[in-house]
Ligand binder design. Structure first.
Ligand code: ZN
Ligand code: ZN
Length: 471
């Protein structure tokens, strides 16, 4: 089964689907409203309610999670279960009824592990859940499945053909995990025995089902190998509980792996299971902001730039101080060469960006100059901040044009000395023009003798003086 991806972000797995317009969306495009968790999201294009795809496309493959299954078996629930089995193997009397009860508890516990891990839960079920009275019939159903499997093996052994015997063994080994998964999911004997239903599990996983089988086979054999290695010299009284303990532990690991395989292949198996961590959802204001940004991007990628603009304009009406929304709106207007609208928006956007993100303001100013060559912000502070950001980008001429005649354009601006010191540095360092820099410094010294920046002004003056004498 191939993963479905977000139509607009091919690196993101799809989590939602719109049936009418046949588009898949990732979480990237569909933010959720934390203040209205029951509200189902709608398609950004046709406004129809979206279908949730669950974690089918986001799930990590089970073969990349092998260590986590071994850790899973080390939790409190599985450990008590393993200890219980070990103790029972030592102390329980030889009573068929008692052993039958123990096996049913064990089967129930294994099945609850499969169920829990097919929700991708990292918490193992507690052992107590295996003692609850409901669901014991599951044990009998599992028993029937095992009995049929053993019956088939027994029959095959009767035929005196090694090839037939191995064929049947292999067939059972291959079918068993799928059958157990089917029983855990549907709780019906019919489903666990139906070749069609069991085959569906295999088809859903494809050749990767073989990886699952191989791992399960290794795990199934491990308790035997370990006890075989230990068996030299150890007495029965030690060996039997160790074997029982390992059987329980590896059983839980196997079930956790099978359960997770269901989680991973839920789409192909016809289930919808959300990730334990759930999807990110946001408070209403943030949700609206993200939705507007995502919708505008989708509209733009669909070639509907007009609608993209309107989406952003509507979002800006609610929240006109959001820098991201403003930036997207500006870039879109500029990209579409909507000259007058872009310039009008700049009178709002430029002061905002100068305050929150001068680098964005510098970009916006360079854009503005392309639309109107003599564009100047209407605020002295904005001019100074943007000029500084432009100087950092080595856009010296553009920066200096913002500072030219600042004292005449904004006579009441209190930071003229600071702005002119910046301009002097621009002339000297950016353009290598010492003379205009010196003029500016002299201007500061004569016009603003009270300025706290005089020390810096004199220092720069001295440096420039040295430069001219050397030259
Ligand atoms: Zn749609
Ligand atoms: Zn997306």
């Amino acid at each position: 089964m191939d993963k479905t991806l977000c139509r607009y972000h091919p690196a993101q797995p799809a989590t939602w689907q719109c049936l009418p317009c046949e588009r898949s969306f990732g979480d990237c495009c569909i933010p959720l409203n934390a203040d209205a968790p029951d509200e189902l999201p709608v398609c950004p294009l046709c406004n129809v309610q979206l279908q949730f795809l669950g974690a089918a496309n986001t799930a990590q493959p089970f073969w990349e999670r092998i260590p986590s299954f071994f850790l899973y078996g080390l939790q409190g629930g599985p450990m008590t279960f393993a200890v219980l089995l070990a103790l029972a193997s030592l102390f329980m009397p030889q009573s068929l009824i008692l052993w039958g009860c123990l096996f049913s508890v064990a089967t129930k516990y294994f099945h609850s592990v499969i169920e829990a891990s097919c929700q991708a839960g990292s918490q193992a079920p507690s052992l107590l859940s295996a003692f609850s009275p409901e669901g014991f019939s599951l044990f009998f159903r599992q028993l029937v499945v095992f009995a049929i499997a053993f019956g088939a093996l027994w029959l095959a052994a009767d035929f005196n053909s090694e090839a037939l015997y191995w064929a049947v063994t292999l067939g059972i080994l291959l079918a068993m995990p799928a059958s157990i998964i089917r029983l855990a999911l549907d709780k019906e004997l019919g489903a666990a025995l139906s070749p069609d239903q069991v085959g569906q599990v295999m088809r859903a996983m494809g050749w990767r089902y073989l990886i699952l089988c191989a791992f399960l086979f290794i795990l199934w054999q491990s308790p035997g190998w370990v006890t075989h290695m230990l068996s030299s010299g150890l007495p029965r009284v030690v060996l039997v509980p160790i074997a029982a303990f390992l059987f329980a532990y590896f059983g839980v690991v196997m079930c956790a792996m099978m359960g997770y395989a269901v989680f991973q292949y839920q789409g192909a198996l016809g289930y919808v299971i959300a990730d334990e961590n759930g999807q990110a959802s946001y408070p209403t204001a943030e949700y609206q902001r993200r939705r507007a940004l995502a919708q505008a991007e989708i509209r733009l990628k669909e070639g509907q730039s007009g609608q993209a603009l309107e989406t952003l304009a509507a979002a800006l009406e609610r929240n006109d101080h959001d820098i991201r929304l403003n930036e997207r709106f500006h870039q879109l207007l500029f990209g579409l060469r909507e000259r007058s609208r872009c310039l009008r928006h700049l009178s709002h956007y430029l002061p905002l960006a100068a305050r929150l993100n001068p680098s964005l303001a510098a970009t916006a100013l360079l854009n503005a100059r392309q639309l109107q060559a003599d564009y100047l912000p209407e605020d002295a502070q904005v001019c100074e901040v943007v000029a500084e950001a432009l100087l950092q980008r080595h856009k010296t001429r553009e920066a200096l044009s913002l500072l030219r005649n600042l004292h005449q354009r904004f006579p009441s601006y209190p930071h003229i000395p600071r702005a002119y010191l910046l301009a002097a540095r621009g002339f000297a360092e950016g353009l290598g023009q010492v003379e205009p820099a010196q003029k500016l410094l002299t201007f500061i010294l004569t016009r603003y003798p009270q300025s706290p920046l005089l020390v810096e002004v004199r220092a720069l003056q001295t440096t420039l003086a040295k430069l001219t004498t050397q030259a």
